[in-house]
Design a binder for this molecule. Structure first.
Ligand SMILES: N[C@@H](CCC(=O)N[C@@H](CS)C(=O)NCC(=O)O)C(=O)O
Length: 242
C-alpha cells in the first residue's frame, strides 16, 4: 500500500515534505486537506490526527505528524542518498540543529510576516499596525541574519559542500514571506547565491511546482475574504494580530 501524505502546499512544512518525497522518488498518495476551509477540523481528518495540523504521514496503520520527524522517517525508510541526512555524527547534528532551530525562528517569523502582509489585510479590511509590522519584520531580519552568520557562514550549503534536509527546509520557509512580494534577498548576496544553489539542486521545475499555490497569495486572501477564517484558526490569528 502506498504511503499517504496529507498535505496543503500553502504550508511550509507540507512543501518541505512534498518536495523531498518527489526529489527522492518516493511513491506516495497525495491526500489534499484544505486548510483554508478548515478541513483539518472536520471529522474525517480528526480520525487521522487529533493534532489537526499538516503534514501527516500514514504508512499502513502507522501515523506520523511533525514535518521534521516525517522527513527523517522518509530518509531512513527509503535509504535516500547520504547527503540529505548524513550518517557522519557531526554533519547529522548540524542538520538536526537547524531543524530544531527553525520552528521558532525562520518559520515562525516568516509565517507571521506572510499573514501580516499577505492575508490579514484582506480578511480584516485593514492594514496591520505599523509597529506590529515593523516588529515582525525585525524578527524575520534577525532570523535571516542568524541563518547567514551561524548556519550558512561561507559554506555552499548548511553542512558543507552538499545539500541536506536543512537547506531544503530553510529555502521553503524563506519563500513564505517572499510570496507576499517582500524581497528578503535584496542586499544579501550570500543568501541569494545559496538560494540559487539550492534551487538548482532541487530543480527549478519541482521548486516552482511546490511553490505555485503560495505564490498566488492573492487567491488565498480572496478565499479568506469571501469565506472568513475557519473558526478554530480565527482566535489564534486574531491573537497574533492584536
Ligand atoms: N511543527 C509542525 C507544524 C505543523 C503546522 O503548524 N502546520 C500548519 C500549517 S503550516 C497547520 O496545519 N495549521 C492548521 C491549523 O493550525 O489550523 C510541523 O513541522 O509539522
Amino acid at each position: 500500500m502506498a504511503l499517504e501524505l496529507y498535505l496543503d502546499l500553502h504550508s511550509q512544512p507540507c512543501r518541505s515534505v512534498y518536495t523531498f518525497a518527489k526529489l527522492a522518488n518516493i511513491p506516495f498518495e497525495f491526500k489534499a486537506v484544505d486548510l483554508a476551509s478548515g478541513e483539518n477540523y472536520g471529522e474525517g481528518f480528526g480520525k487521522v490526527s487529533i493534532i489537526r495540523k499538516l503534514p501527516v504521514l500514514k504508512d499502513g496503520a502507522f501515523i506520523l505528524t511533525e514535518s521534521t520527524a516525517i522527513l527523517q522517517y522518509l530518509v531512513q525508510k527509503y535509504s535516500t542518498p547520504d547527503h540529505w541526512y548524513p550518517a557522519d555524527l557531526q554533519k547529522r547534528a548540524r542538520v538536526d540543529e537547524y531543524l530544531s532551530w527553525q520552528h521558532t525562528n525562520i518559520r515562525a517569523h516568516g509565517s507571521k510576516v506572510f499573514w501580516f502582509r499577505g492575508v490579514l489585510p484582506a480578511v480584516t479590511g485593514a492594514q496591520v499596525a505599523k509597529e506590529k509590522m515593523d516588529s515582525a519584520l525585525e524578527d524575520l531580519n534577525m532570523s535571516l541574519k542568524l541563518f547567514e552568520e551561524k548556519f550558512l557562514q561561507d559554506r555552499p550549503f548548511i553542512v558543507g559542500d552538499k545539500i541536506s534536509l536543512a537547506d531544503l527546509v530553510a529555502i521553503v520557509e524563506i519563500m513564505q514571506p517572499v510570496a507576499t512580494g517582500l524581497d528578503v534577498f535584496e542586499g544579501r548576496p550570500a543568501l541569494s547565491a545559496w538560494r540559487d544553489r539550492v534551487k538548482k539542486e532541487i530543480g527549478v521545475g519541482l521548486f516552482d511546482e511546490a511553490h505555485n499555490v503560495i505564490m498566488n497569495v492573492a487567491s488565498l486572501s480572496q478565499t479568506f475574504a469571501n469565506k472568513g477564517l475557519p473558526e478554530a484558526l480565527k482566535s489564534r490569528i486574531i491573537k497574533m494580530f492584536n
